[in-house]
Design a protein around this ligand. Sequence first.
Ligand code: 2GW
Ligand code: MN
Length: 296
Amino acid sequence: YLPVAKDKLLRQSINLDNTLNFGARPQVQTITSWKAPIIWEGMFNPNLFDQKHIQSQSSVALTVFAVGKYLDVYLGNFITSAEKHFMLGLQVTYYVFTDQADKVPIIELGPRRSLKVIQVEKHSRWQDISMMRMKTISEAIESEIRPHCNYVFCFDVDQEFKGRFGSEALGDSVALLHAGYFNVPKDKFTYDRNPKSKAYMETGDYYYHAAIFGGLCDNVKDLADYCFLGIMEDKLNNVEALWHDESHLNKYFWLHKPSRLVSPEYCWNPGMNDERDIKVIRLIWAPKYYDKLRTR
Ligand code: 2GW
Ligand code: MN
């Protein structure tokens, strides 16, 4: 699996990490200006990554929130599909945060995989259900996750795994390119544009999707703390960022560049955007059911 160097920049970065073939996907950007890889299908040999992470005994926490109706509607398919595709071969611990611990479905898990349920309150505004995840994630990393896992990945629950979501996605600090914006001009990005909000930004690198972010425990805790502080400061100032926690996450990754990006193949929404660059769908957005679930 020899990397193909396309130019000087690529050659330099390949020397840093010869497990990635940056030339394998000429139609898309496979490296950022700060030399973080952007992982697309075809750039990596899955077995090499798995071997490396099995050897170094990487362990992965997956956090997911299923509060209110989202528990019945999404959690079962999410976990069942993760059992087929998420980090197979590694030690995986699911952390399910819910207001109805007794209703979490019992799902048979593979070897070296376990699930912990953590009770949380149900905030009355859905924006708070989403935003307050940052506080809970930070606290859980501190008390539960860091002693057991090297990496932590935080997921929206309204999605379903469809293909390998493997160790190639592990990195120190990992961000996801939003399916709706990976190929659109920067001025279309839906960053927060209100100077009164802590999430305000004029420009950025990419538009990241808050449905998946991850990395080493310390880095994810830093991200969660930063976003939560911004969210609370906004509350004091009576403002709310345009896309809630996602706006703060975009601000964080602008100031603290992620070390690895994953392509929209890792979180695709069929029909939302041009599919030509999507060689494999690893995860899809589940239907939103706006009428039933978003009644406020
Ligand atoms: C959210 C919106 C409207 C009504 C209910 C909820 C809700 C969300 C809920 O009742 N229960 C619940 O557990 N949640 C959790 O919050 C769940 O894990 C869900 O996946 C997550 C984010 O809400 P979601 O998926 O409905 O919002 P999206 O798909 O529009 O998410 C993007 O934007 C959000 C901020 O508005 C977040 O940044 C999210 O990470 C983004 O993907
Ligand atoms: Mn979602």
